[in-house]
Every structure is written in C-alpha cells, then in structure tokens.
Design a protein around this ligand. Structure first.
Ligand code: ATP
Ligand code: MG
Length: 362
C-alpha cells in the first residue's frame, strides 16, 4: 500500500469534474481550498478561512473545542462565505486525533509483516486497537541503517485515527452535504501540498495554533513525525503577558507586526521564547535522523499560520543552522496573476487544505 492511500481506498475518490474542496479543521480555524481542472490545468477556484474562537465567545486565534452544532455552523459559514460550489471533498483529519509513528521490525522476507505490525501497533499506540482505524506502510531502510541494524530489520510507518473522531467528522461532513469524502491525516495532505519531485530529502515544520509539527520526508513519503505543544496561541499569550495587553490585542499586534515598530523587539523576544523548546527538540531530531540514516536533509520548509510572523524563517534558520524556506503551496496550482501578492502572504496557512484537495487529481 502506498502512503497516500492511507485511510481510504483509491476507488473512494470524489468526482473532480465539478471541482474538489479540501477541508482542514485546525485548532483555531477551519480552512477550505477548492480546486478545479480547467483545460488540463489544476486551478484555484476559491479558498476561505473561518476563525473558531468567536463561535464560543473567545478571541480570534484561540484554540477551542466546539460543540458539534457550533462546528457545523462554522463549516457552513466558511463554505458559504468562500462560495465553494462543489460537493466533492477530501477531508484532512487533525493530528491531534491521530497517531503516526515509525517503527523498526525484525522480520524475515517470508514473515507475515501485517501480523507483526499489529503486535507492534498494540505496543506503540496509546489506545486500544479496537478504538482506532489502523493503517501502515513499509518505508525504505537506508544503507547506514542496514549496516548498524542488520539485514532483517524493516521500517514501517504506522498511522491510526481515533474511531470516535472519524465518527464525529463523518456526521459533521454529512451535515453540510459532503457524504463520506476520502479522509487522510493532515500530515499527508501537507506533504502532497509541498512536495517537489526533484527534492529527495526535506523536512517540513507546520506551526499551527496549538502545536508545531515536523515531518521528515523522503521521496515524498513520510519517514518521521514529531508534534510539540507550542504554537501561535502560546506565542500570543506570551506577547500579551510581556506587553501587558489582552490576548485579543496581542493577536492583533502579531498580525500587524511591523519590524520597524518601537515595541517589535520586545514582541519578537516573547514570541520566539514560546518556541524555544520546540525548535530545540526539532533540531535534535533532525540531527539524530541524519546520523542514524546517513541521509542529509537539504531544506526545511516552513508552513502553518504561525510561520507568518515576521522573522520566523531567519529565526529557525539560526536555531537549526541549515537552509530554511517559507513554503508556497499555491505555486502548485494556477490562479489569476493579480492574486500573486495575496497568495504569498496567506499561502502557508492553506497547505493542508490545498494538499487534501490535490489528492483528488492524483
Ligand atoms: N499573518 C500572521 N502573522 C502572525 N501570525 C499569524 C499570521 N497568520 C496566522 N498567524 C498565527 O497562526 C496561528 C494559526 O495557524 P494555523 O491556521 O496554521 O493553525 P491551526 O491549523 O488552526 O492549528 P493547529 O494546526 O495547531 O491545529 C495562530 O496562532 C495565528 O495567530
Ligand atoms: Mg493546522
């Protein structure tokens, strides 16, 4: 099985003739991207985002857990406001209700790998197997790994989604008229949205509202995934404490941040401090991965709304001491030239939704 097939069979593909909408339910906002094939070119039809905080009387940028009714309302709103027309969809489930890990399994060529994966999964997944939908795929073993582990070790990526979450999303999507769309964990959407076939080994860091995720990718396949609870909402909280303003004011200041403003350095310090531990751990993980596999990661791409704070690329470059670039997922699709500036400004927020929609065109 290919990783891109995780959690839905290829036969379960939306009809693309009327376009496809990719849906990303993040912890602070829902994002949608609608794509259409026009004369053989995948083209942006529309996109939109709705902040979830205000649905329960909280500020924009706060991470919230909505009641089903409020979640339905929010999804309806973003679909209406962005004028999404298609009923063909691909849904990205959040990593927070999923589990993804890479394991090494000692197995001979004629061993029943599927059975061994289940045994292993039982040990590594922090839930009973009856409560999750499980999938897995074998991934490459590098020469260096083979030399240190021996020939019998095989690498397997295990992924699981909580059944209760799948059920909740199924009801939500049915409510807005999207019946049983193909579903995948958000990391696979992000990778599809960013992957360039000429790049063998890269990493992606997605800075969300609640958590920062790092994916290590080889030939477009996920090799490792790490998630740390530090994101834009925590940064806003630190800024609000450092500058003595409310969360909402701090969130607004973050969006309007101007490198030349008088309080920018204080704001930046508070902002960057909130990511210290996360970025240090990512750095360690990257170095350990390179050492263990003998692979050199050429570039780290940044995505997620949190990457948009001014100076983030330079900051992470310094912490990781390697090439860091802002991702531009919309470069994969056609859109009107006048939208170019806007696309560059917002692009990182939409990697997941865009990548999910692109699945339908594979
Ligand atoms: N232009 C901007 N400048 C600074 N920060 C921004 C900007 N745009 C978005 N953010 C921040 O990015 C965060 C939201 O990012 P994103 O939409 O990727 O999160 P999410 O998908 O809702 O969360 P998660 O992935 O953790 O579930 C918020 O903290 C927000 O303040
Ligand atoms: Mg997100």
């Amino acid at each position: 099985m290919k990783l891109s097939d995780l959690f839905s069979s290829t036969s379960n593909k939306p009809n693309t003739s009327n376009g496809v909408v990719g849906i990303d339910i993040g912890s602070s906002s829902i994002k949608v991207v609608e794509l259409q094939e026009r004369k053989g070119v995948i083209t942006l039809a529309t996109y939109g985002e709705v902040q979830l905080g205000p649905y329960i009387g909280k500020s924009v940028g706060e991470s919230v857990v909505l009641e089903p009714k409020q979640e339905q309302e929010a999804l309806i709103d973003v679909i209406r406001e962005s004028a999404v027309k298609t009923r063909g969809a691909v849904f990205a489930t959040p990593l927070s209700s999923s589990f993804v890990t890479n394991v090494s399994i000692e197995a001979d060529a004629d061993d029943d790998l599927a059975a061994m994966v289940r045994v292993k999964a039982r040990k590594v997944i922090p839930a009973s197997l009856s409560e999750v939908t499980l999938d897995w795929a074998e991934v490459e073993v590098t020469k260096v790994e083979e030399e240190s582990n021996g020939e019998n070790y095989r690498n397997v990526l295990i992924a699981a989604i909580q059944n209760s979450a799948l059920e909740r999303f199924k009801i939500l999507l049915q409510f807005v008229g999207l019946n049983n769309p193909p579903t995948e964990i958000e990391c696979f959407s992000t990778i599809r949205g960013l992957y360039k076939s000429e790049e063998l080994d890269v990493a992606v860091i997605d800075i969300g509202a609640v958590s920062s995720k790092m994916y290590i990718i080889r030939k477009g396949l996920l090799m490792r995934m790490y998630r740390i609870r530090a994101g834009g909402a925590l940064a806003t909280k630190q800024i609000s404490e450092a500058l003595g303003v409310s969360f909402q004011e701090a969130e607004e200041m973050k969006f309007a941040a101007d490198k030349n403003a008088a309080n920018f350095s204080e704001m930046k310090r508070a902002h960057n401090t909130s990511y210290d531990r996360a970025f240090r751990e990512f750095n360690q993980v990257l170095r350990e991965y390179e050492k263990k596999t003998g692979i050199e990661l050429s570039t780290v791409y940044l995505t997620g709304g949190g990457a948009l704070f001014p100076g983030t690329v330079a900051h992470i470059k310094e912490v990781l001491n390697r090439d860091v670039l802002m991702a531009n997922p919309f470069s994969k699709v056609a859109y009107p030239a006048f939208m170019d500036d806007t696309m560059h400004q917002i692009s990182p927020s939409f990697s997941v939704a865009l990548g999910a929609a692109m699945r339908a065109f594979e």
